[in-house]
Design a protein. Structure first.
Length: 65
């Protein structure tokens, strides 16, 4: 996992985006389709920070970050 996270060139915008997507997917255990369909409204900030996923089979789940 360390090698995958180190691969994107984070000095460039696309590399930073790729790193953030890989890190989000790794930390949440989300499916690729869930990450690519992610919207800003899925994120919840407050006492606890979490992501609300709308996944396969219309299942909803909240994953802490």
């Amino acid at each position: 996992m360390k090698a995958l996270l180190a691969a994107p060139d984070r000095t460039r915008w696309l590399g930073g985006r790729g790193h953030a997507l890989l890190l989000t997917r790794y930390n949440t255990g989300a499916r690729l389709s869930e990450v690519t369909a992610m919207r800003q409204t899925y994120e919840r900030f407050g006492r606890t920070t979490y992501v609300e996923w709308h996944g396969k089979g219309r299942k909803e789940r909240a994953v802490p970050l």
